[in-house]
Structures are given as C-alpha cells and as structure tokens.
Design a protein around this ligand. Structure first.
Ligand code: CMP
Length: 213
C-alpha cells in the first residue's frame, strides 16, 4: 500500500492490545471488523464440539485477518487466538468497504492475498491427505522455519512457542506421535527441541523427510 493509502486507512482505525493466549473472536460470531496484526502472532483454528482443535494457519506482523466476514457478511469462519502479546489495528466494515471501492489497487492486493491463502490451504489438504507423519511434520517445520525462523549459529530457530499438542493440531496428529517423532529427530541431531523452541540443525536432512524419503 502507498503511504497516502495507509494514512487514509489509519484515520478510520483504532489500535487494541491483546495479551498472549487470548481469544480475539470465536468461529460463528458475527464479524464487523478487519484486523491488521501490527506485532505478535495469532493462530487461526477450528474447534470441534469435543474440544479438538485443527489449526489452519499461523499469522505474524503485517498479516490481515477477519476479512472474510466483512466481504461475505457471514459469521466468523474460524477462531483467532493470540499466541503472544499482540498489537492490532481494527477497521470497521463500512470504512473498509468504502476504502476498497476508492482504491482498486488495494482491492487487487487483497484478492492476491486471498488467493495465496487458498493455495496454502490446498497445500495443507494435500499434506493431510497424501503424506505420512514424518513428512507432514517435516513440511510444517520447513514452512515455520521459512516464515517465522531466524538463522542462529546453532541452526534455524523457529520463533514461535508452540506446544506439542499445537504442532499435532497443525498436522492432524496426536501429541504423543509428535513427541515421538521430535525425540527421534533430536536424538539423531536433526533438531533441538527445548521448552517449546525448535532449532533446525540439519535443514538438508529435514528436507529429505519433507520429500517423503
Ligand atoms: P473471518 O471469517 O472474518 O474470521 C476468521 C478469519 O480467519 C477469516 O476471516 C480469515 O481472515 C481467517 N481464515 C479463515 N480460514 C483461513 C485459512 N484457511 N487460512 C488462513 N486464514 C484463514
């Protein structure tokens, strides 16, 4: 977005703070605001009636969510929870829709972002349908490393504190199976896993697992 477009949007926005592990909204609620994540990370998930969770996506600073209800007028399609302390920009539906009508370039960017999100979801379905757990988990860690990782002397550190249960909820597996696989990889020196922080030490070896080797 251009500077003047950002300034115009900011005139209609307000900033809110959310502490870590706070539910910003639930699937099924009415939605009338768009959120821009200024700082922090959130997870987008679906919850079953028995309380099981499927995580659809993890978002970081600069990402936008809550656009679907604004665009189609239907209830929130997923639950959004902060994973760490977050600062967010909130924009109401009327202001956002009027803004999009005035700025076709921003509307096109939003369509591109939605297409990208659909591609990611297609990859998730492919992952869940066609791959075994080691490959699913390796693909997830490669993706998290690319999007949320930083290169440290010890390896690529994934900057997200996810529980083993959450890792399982991202790849459709139980906490126990994830624990077993992470321990096997830690023992072979492929990664380190301590207090929720994963450091990938052998990216090449993880890549081979991701490819199903
Ligand atoms: P909305 O339906 O308003 O509220 C939930 C939000 O989660 C939704 O808008 C999107 O911003 C986001 N969301 C829903 N499904 C996905 C998905 N598959 N991948 C990434 N983000 C999603």
């Amino acid at each position: 977005m251009r500077e003047d477009e950002i300034a115009e949007l900011l005139r209609h926005a307000r900033v809110i703070e959310a502490p870590a592990r706070h539910i910003l909204f639930h699937a099924g609620e009415a939605g009338d605001s768009l959120y821009v994540l200024l700082a922090g990370k959130v997870k987008i998930s679906l919850l079953s009636v028995e309380g099981k969770e499927a995580i659809l996506s993890l978002l970081g600073a600069g990402d936008v969510f809550g656009e679907m209800s604004l665009l189609d007028g239907l209830p929130r399609s997923a639950t959004v929870t902060s994973l760490e302390d977050c600062r967010l920009l909130l924009i109401g539906r009327q202001d956002f829709v009027q803004f999009l009508k005035r700025h076709a370039d921003v509307a096109l960017n939003l369509l591109a972002a939605l297409s990208q999100r659909l591609r990611t979801t297609n990859n998730l379905v492919e992952n869940l349908s066609f791959h075994h757990l080691p490959s699913r988990l390796a693909r997830l860690l490669m993706d998290l490393g690319q999007r949320h990782g930083k290169v440290e002397p010890a390896g690529v550190e994934i900057g997200l504190r996810l529980s083993q249960e959450e890792l399982g909820n991202l790849v459709g597996a139980s906490r126990e199976s994830v624990n077993k696989q992470l321990r096997a990889w830690a023992e072979s020196g492929l990664l380190e896993y301590q207090q929720g922080i994963i450091v990938i030490k052998k990216v090449d070896a993880l890549f081979m697992y991701a490819m199903g080797a």
